[in-house]
Design a protein around this ligand. Structure first.
Ligand code: CTP
Ligand code: CA
Length: 236
């Protein structure tokens, strides 16, 4: 491997990272999507590979990003596809990091033909709930149907007058029951389609680290540091 100056502390470990935003079709040419670029997930995959991990990157729709060297790429489109791909690759790996922006809802039916505007009033879009992939991974592990030591979630939150971003993050960690949660403060053009993130790294153990304003690569390094700590706690 090229000298990177990074610790090789993920040598012998296998990890799965999901990235990008899902697209839920309305008809053959239109979809409901989100603004995730996939940059954070690609940074996570790149840093993990540099630190010696065997990396599978499950990428939904992303900006035109360079696939990091040595990383196994699997492309998906919808939340359903992301779910089935993850269930296929996650079992037996050491860590799964869900940085993908998964659509909570999808159009209940995708029209077989392009919806035309000249057919009267616009049709209402009826939505159905998508599976919660992170929730399912955590549930499967609890049932013994998935062997994965560390499961990591991401949360993009905006604060409001009653509840801060950090408080929303703590609630989400308690609700999701994953091992680590990265909480990003969004709004004012932060986090989406920009290079920088700022937020917190929360662990189910109660550990809370602020993640200062910095690059997505820096956040990725901090996250893998925390994952390595979890491996060490699990080994002892
Ligand atoms: N996630 C997922 N499947 C979904 C929705 C979200 O696996 N259908 C994952 C995301 O990849 C992320 C974590 O769950 O790691 C938190 O996503 P977020 O959207 O913040 O949480 P939700 O539970 O969807 O709650 P809400 O959007 O209402 O805040
Ligand atoms: Ca959501």
């Amino acid at each position: 491997a090229e000298p990177t100056g990074l610790p090789r502390d993920l040598e012998g470990r296998s990890v799965v990272v999901s990235a990008g935003g899902t697209r839920e079709p309305l008809d053959p040419v239109r979809y409901l999507g989100n603004r995730s670029s996939g940059r954070q997930g690609f940074a996570l995959a790149r840093v993990a590979a540099h630190r010696g991990a065997d990396v599978t990157l499950v990428a939904a729709n992303t900006a035109d990003l360079v696939v990091p060297a040595g990383v196994r790429l699997r492309r998906v489109g919808t939340a359903e596809e992301l779910r089935s791909e993850l269930l296929e690759v996650a079992d037996g790996v050491d860590a799964v990091v869900m940085s993908a922006a998964v659509a909570d809802f999808r159009p209940s039916g995708s029209a077989e033909h392009k919806i035309k505007k000249n057919s009267g009033d616009p049709p209402p879009v009826e939505l159905s709930r998508n599976p919660d992939v992170l929730g399912e991974l955590v549930r499967r592990r609890a049932n013994g149907r998935l062997r994965t030591e560390v499961i990591v979630g991401f949360a993009a939150e905006t604060g409001d007058p009653d509840t801060t971003v950090l408080e929303y993050g703590r609630k989400k960690l308690a609700h999701k029951e994953c091992d680590l949660l990265v909480v990003n403060a969004v709004g004012d053009g932060r986090a989406f389609e920009v290079e920088d993130n700022a937020g917190w790294l929360l662990a189910s153990s109660g550990m809370e680290h602020p993640v200062p304003h910095g690059s997505k690569t820096l956040l990725a390094s901090r996250l893998w540091d925390a994952v390595v700590e979890q491996f060490a706690a699990g080994d002892s």
